[in-house]
Design a protein. Structure first.
Length: 281
């Protein structure tokens, strides 16, 4: 075999390895996640479920796709809940911008019906449908800097509460038919979501607070991306703790966010302590 044949074979081996390398890396990542989840389950004697939406490279070309709560997510979570004994606690690690109301409601209701304790961990944020899911838990464990968000329904890219507001600002004769139809649907969506929130808050929030908290969260009190921090969530009467297990943070590290080009945030990944008299404290 001459040198050109060797070069040709090496070239094709390189191409094949380059194409398969992302697959092997992804499989190694899945295995690492499974080990970390198993360790957390052993420690807490629970069923650990993750609902984490990052932009992950899912093809050989490494094209990132945005992820949201969808029907596939609800099917998978509901299957995990069905496979969990009624006496086994459920720990759901939640990181999501939200998604379909139907899918989020299904997950939240299923968690609410689980007889054993349900804990939702929010290491960074759980907005919109993510907050709706968290409301189905017996306890919400948040990082001190994590946030939840309002659960007011959106019709396309428009807040349902704002569409209804148009009816108060203009005469019906001055409103086009499409907006009138959207307003009718918006009224129904607002009522449906509020009724769901009321049901989820029962037995977790004081009875005399349920109606008010459900209204605040579901009726367009704030913009849809308004951050509800730990103090405010506790002020609503939600069962919020900040005792986040370190394993949750470690698991989140196994869900990297791919970025093109140079990273926008950089630091030396070591704990830093203030020095006193030349010694760390």
């Amino acid at each position: 075999m001459n040198s050109s044949d060797w070069i040709s074979q090496l070239f094709w081996l390189f191409i094949i390895f380059s194409m398969m390398s992302p697959y092997f890396q992804q499989q190694a990542l899945f295995a690492a996640r499974a080990r970390k989840m198993a360790a957390l389950e052993k420690k807490r004697k629970s069923r650990v479920i993750t609902l984490i939406h990052r932009q992950e490279a899912i093809s050989l070309l490494g094209i990132p796709l945005a992820r949201f709560i969808d029907i596939d997510d609800s099917e998978q979570v509901l299957r995990a809940i069905r496979m969990t004994d009624k006496n086994v606690p459920i720990d759901l690690i939640l990181h999501t911008p939200g998604g379909l109301v139907l899918a989020a409601e299904q997950i939240a209701e299923a968690l609410k019906r689980h007889p054993a304790k349900v804990t939702v961990f929010v290491p960074h944020y759980a907005m919109s449908g993510g907050t709706l899911i968290a409301l189905g838990a017996d306890e919400i464990v948040m990082d001190e800097n994590a946030v939840l968000g309002p659960v007011d329904p959106q019709l396309g890219n428009k807040p349902a509460a704002s569409i209804v507001k148009v009816l108060e600002m203009k005469e019906v004769a001055d409103i086009d038919d499409e907006t009138l139809i959207l307003a009718d649907v918006s009224k129904k969506a607002l009522k449906q979501v509020k009724d769901t929130v009321v049901g989820l808050l029962k037995n977790t929030v004081p009875d005399d607070r349920v109606e008010d908290v459900a209204t605040l969260l579901s009726q367009g009190t704030w913009t849809h991306d308004y951050p509800i921090d730990v103090a405010q969530a506790r002020g609503f009467g939600l069962p919020v703790s900040t005792e986040m297990p370190p394993e949750v943070y470690e698991l989140m590290e196994l869900y990297p966010q791919p970025r093109g080009g140079k990273p926008s945030v950089q630091y030396i990944p070591l704990p830093h302590q203030r020095e006193v008299n030349g010694r760390g404290r």
